[in-house]
Design a protein around this ligand. Structure first.
Ligand code: PMP
Length: 357
């Protein structure tokens, strides 16, 4: 049955999400504050009869709003169906099949998956014990692409600016800097573009902007590279409703989004302190989630799930910190939401500290 399927896809398991049911979903790092009210208003104001037509290509109003947000010109923007779409597209744009993509591990799970599908050789190098990148090992095979995720999913750690700059200076090929969680820290990507023509900054409206369900991500890169990435991504990947909501979120909704992101950044510190006080060892976070090493992560998550909170269970992480070594690579990834939600979560999680040790 599998015979007509490409070898790399035989026995493939499509990405599927667990049914989180009635639980508060802290498993995907999406926004617990919901979509920006300005985006909801824009969706309500849409004339649905216009959906009989294809959306405009390029979506000029969205590209203007994204360019203004990123502080670049509109010819440096490519939007797609989530930043997933652009990770995949960038691999096919910038690396010949059989060439190498380098990344630190653990990182966003779709990166090795897309690398395999696109016929790339994955050069996965564990983070150093201080959660910085091992640049020498990363660049050793002279990769066509370096994928650098900062803040990184799932560790939540941010790469120091000096590290990012060294990677940019020393990489022979393209650097994809995935800043999906960039709104929760002082992410440097946009500011580096002027000096680095082989840098592709990826952002998404799925996290701080609260629009994961509408599937909008975007790349910001040298205008000379845009036509190739636009071609690879293909037409009509960004739908008309998403364009309207995203444009409103980036303009009228921007202050609201930034205030919520700042709030999340404060709450992550408070949550980490409370967890540390009862014996957990969360990794330092620059994102809207915490990575909490936990030897019995699956059992703890199942119990907490029964009490209404869906957390992400991580397995087989490399033992890059003492806490991850002690948990034998198991951890919980917990999205940060409004404090009343976190306070209820703590009531359920604090008694589990011993089970995590
Ligand atoms: N990059 C990172 C680091 C992520 O964590 C995610 C989502 N979990 C994505 C990209 C993809 O997000 P989206 O496709 O929703 O834009």
């Amino acid at each position: 049955m599998n015979e007509p399927v490409r070898a790399v896809l035989r026995g493939a398991k499509p990405y599927a999400t667990a049914d989180v049911g009635a639980a508060v979903d802290l498993s995907d790092n999406t926004s617990l504050w919901g979509p920006p009210p300005a985006a909801v208003d824009a969706l309500r104001a849409l004339d649905a009869s216009a959906f009989a037509r294809y959306p405009a290509i390029p979506p000029a109003e969205l590209y203007r709003a994204l360019a203004d947000y990123a502080g670049v010109s509109t010819d440096m923007i490519v939007a797609g169906c989530g930043s997933d779409d652009l990770i995949d597209g960038a691999m096919r744009t910038f690396a010949e099949p059989g060439s190498t993509i380098a990344f630190s591990t653990p990182t966003f799970s779709m990166v090795p998956a897309f690398a395999a599908i696109n016929g790339l050789r994955a050069h996965a190098v564990p983070f150093r014990t201080d959660l910085d990148l091992d640049i020498d090992r990363l660049l050793e095979p002279r990769p066509s692409i370096v994928y650098l995720c900062s803040p990184n999913n799932p560790t939540a750690s941010a790469a120091p600016l000096a590290t990012i700059e060294r990677v940019l200076d020393e990489t022979p090929g393209v650097v994809i800097l995935d800043e999906a969680y960039g709104e929760f820290t002082a992410a440097p990507g946009f500011g580096l573009l002027a000096r680095h023509p082989r840098l592709v900054v990826l952002r998404t409206l799925s996290k701080a902007f609260g629009l994961a369900g509408l599937r909008i991500g975007y790349a910001v890169l040298d205008a000379a590279l845009v036509p190739a990435l636009e071609t690879v991504r293909g037409p009509y990947k960004v739908n008309a409703a998403a364009v309207a909501a995203a444009t409103a979120a980036l303009t009228a909704g921007r202050d609201w989004v930034q205030a919520r992101a700042a709030e999340a950044a404060g709450i992550r510190v408070r949550l980490a302190e409370r967890l540390a006080a009862v014996g957990f060892s969360p990794l330092p976070s620059a994102a809207n989630f915490l990575c909490v090493p936990c030897a019995n992560a699956a059992a703890v998550a199942a119990r907490v799930r029964d009490r209404g909170f869906a957390l992400r269970v991580l397995r087989d992480l490399p033992p890059i910190t003492p806490a991850l070594a002690a948990s034998r690579g198991a951890a919980l990834r917990i999205a940060v939401g409004p404090w009343p939600v976190m306070a209820r979560l703590l009531d359920e999680l604090e008694p589990e500290a011993a089970a995590c040790a």
